[in-house]
Each structure stands twice: as structure tokens, then as C-alpha cells.
Design a protein around this ligand. Structure first.
Ligand SMILES: NC(=O)c1ccc[n+]([C@@H]2O[C@H](COP(=O)([O-])OP(=O)(O)OC[C@H]3O[C@@H](n4cnc5c(N)ncnc54)[C@H](O)[C@@H]3O)[C@@H](O)[C@H]2O)c1
Length: 247
């Protein structure tokens, strides 16, 4: 067990999929979880599930691409709890298209949410964590940020950007006892991967040595570990949760 008793954790994109599993897991480890999503209704559902299992949760609506919205989120968190111990940057979207057909809007929207969103949240929490002289930041990248993917130039660029961002911020904050790490999930069963055509899904499965898709809980387990004191000497790393897809 990670033992996160009374730690204050903020998880972005926690209405469903990987973010929801992370929020539930951190709550099960004893953390008080600020559950955020693009809609309050979505955040509320995960918060309700946490409370039903005896945990504590605060649902908040946020658009991570909007710096003002992010500032408001962390103001709410500070008013309620007065500290932030854990930030999990999980919110992400796809707008897939081949580069020749990709619109400026498809490019920019994905960069805004998937990369600038991570910057906005890290920036909003950094001073607080520096003052605390403690903090854990976990950024959810992707294997395609490491190896690329046809049809995902925007998404892959954003996910690769997260890796560079993670390493730079890890170097800046290590001396303040703040660890910043990155998780690169492979092919995980969520609404996001539900959209992939059946033929492409079969191809993907063939490329996974473990022979199965990952579960959101597979990612959540690593997040819990990275948030624990057992991971205090781990920073600036990219750890894959991909059944051996990339090695
Ligand atoms: N599913 C996979 O196979 C896979 C693989 C690698 C990486 N990832 C990454 O994991 C993360 C979660 O993926 P998922 O499959 O659970 O996706 P999902 O589509 O099921 O959930 C995405 C979440 O992000 C939130 N979100 C979207 N735009 C937002 C915004 N502007 N502001 C705040 N929240 C926003 C949504 O409300 C939702 O809660 C994403 O960053 C994704 O890129 C997923």
C-alpha cells in the first residue's frame, strides 16, 4: 500500500477512464482527492463513488487549457485544504488525422489541452509545493510520445512535449523535494481507445507482448507508487505501462 493518508491530491480528467481509476486508487490509499473534469456532473460522479467507498473527494469543474480556469481550481483547493501534495496531470484528448489533412484547429486544440494544460497546472501548483518543500507531480504521457504514430502528429507531439517538460521541471524542483515523473501508458481500455477501428485494434494487440490491453487500474497502481514515500528518490523518469509494447 502507498499510504497517502490525508494527502491532498488533484487529478485532472477524472470523470472516466484512467483519471477516474487514479482518483479512486489515491482515495483508497487515504488521500483526499480533488476530482476535476470538464463538466461538474462528470467530476461529481467520480467524487460520489469515492465517498461511497468511505473516502473524501471534492469535485471541481476545470478546463486545463484555460489558465484562468486552472488558477480558479487551485484557489478552490487552497481555500478548502490549504495545501497540495499530489498533482496528476491526466486530462487529454485526441483529434486524429493524417498530417496532410490535419487542420490548424486540430493541431492547436490538442496542443492546448494535452501540453499547455499540463504547463498551466504545474505552474499553478509549483509555488505552493516549493513552500511546502514537498510534492509529487505525475504527468500522463503516452508511448506514442516516444515512438510516434501515423495519424497522431498533434497528439504525439504533445505527449513528447510532456516528457521534455517533465524532465526540465524535475531538474528545477528536485532540490525542493518535489518529484516530477511521467507515465507512458500503452493501449489502455477506455472511451478514448473505444473509438479505434476493430482492424487497427487487432494490429495493436499483436504488438503487445503481454497479449492484452491494459486496464486503467494498471496505470493507477503506478501513480499510487510514484506518489508514495517509497518513490522519494525517483524523479524525471518516464515509466511505461504498456505490457511490453515499447522496450
Ligand atoms: N487510453 C489509452 O490507451 C491511453 C494511452 C496513452 C495515454 N493515454 C492518456 O491518458 C489520459 C487519460 O486517457 P483516457 O483514455 O482515460 O481518456 P478519456 O477520454 O476516457 O478521459 C479523458 C478525461 O480528460 C478530461 N478532459 C478532456 N479535456 C479536458 C480539458 N480541456 N480540461 C480538463 N479535463 C479535460 C475528460 O473530461 C475526461 O475526464 C490522457 O492524457 C490520454 O492521452 C491514454
Amino acid at each position: 500500500m502507498a499510504n497517502l493518508k490525508d494527502k491532498i491530491a488533484v487529478v485532472t480528467g477524472a470523470s472516466r477512464g484512467i483519471g477516474r481509476a487514479i482518483a479512486l486508487r489515491l482515495a483508497a490509499e487515504g488521500a483526499k482527492v480533488v476530482v476535476t473534469a470538464t463538466t461538474l456532473d462528470g467530476a461529481q460522479k467520480t467524487a460520489d463513488a469515492i465517498r461511497q467507498s468511505g473516502g473524501e473527494a471534492l469535485p471541481v469543474q476545470v478546463n486545463v487549457a484555460d489558465a484562468d480556469s486552472v488558477t480558479q481550481l487551485f484557489k478552490t483547493v487552497m481555500d478548502q485544504y490549504g495545501r497540495v501534495d499530489i498533482l496528476v496531470n491526466n486530462a487529454g484528448i485526441t483529434r486524429d488525422n493524417l498530417l496532410v489533412r490535419m487542420s490548424q484547429e486540430e493541431w492547436q486544440t490538442v496542443l492546448d489541452v494535452n501540453l499547455t494544460g499540463v504547463f498551466n497546472c504545474i505552474k499553478a501548483v509549483t509555488r505552493t509545493m516549493m513552500k511546502q518543500r514537498a510534492g509529487k507531480i505525475i504527468n500522463i504521457s503516452s508511448v506514442v510520445g516516444e515512438i510516434g504514430n501515423a495519424g497522431q502528429a498533434n497528439y504525439s507531439a504533445a505527449k513528447a512535449g510532456i516528457i521534455g517538460l517533465t524532465k526540465s521541471v524535475a531538474k528545477e524542483l528536485a532540490g525542493r523535494n518535489i518529484q516530477v515523473n511521467c507515465i507512458a501508458p500503452g493501449y489502455i481500455q477506455t472511451d478514448m481507445t473505444e473509438q479505434i477501428p476493430e482492424s487497427a485494434k487487432e494490429q495493436l494487440l499483436n504488438a503487445i507482448p503481454s497479449g492484452r490491453m491494459g486496464k486503467p487500474e494498471d496505470v493507477a497502481g503506478l501513480v499510487a507508487f510514484l506518489c508514495s514515500s517509497d518513490a522519494d528518490y525517483i524523479t524525471g523518469q518516464v515509466i511505461n505501462v504498456d505490457g511490453g509494447m515499447v522496450m
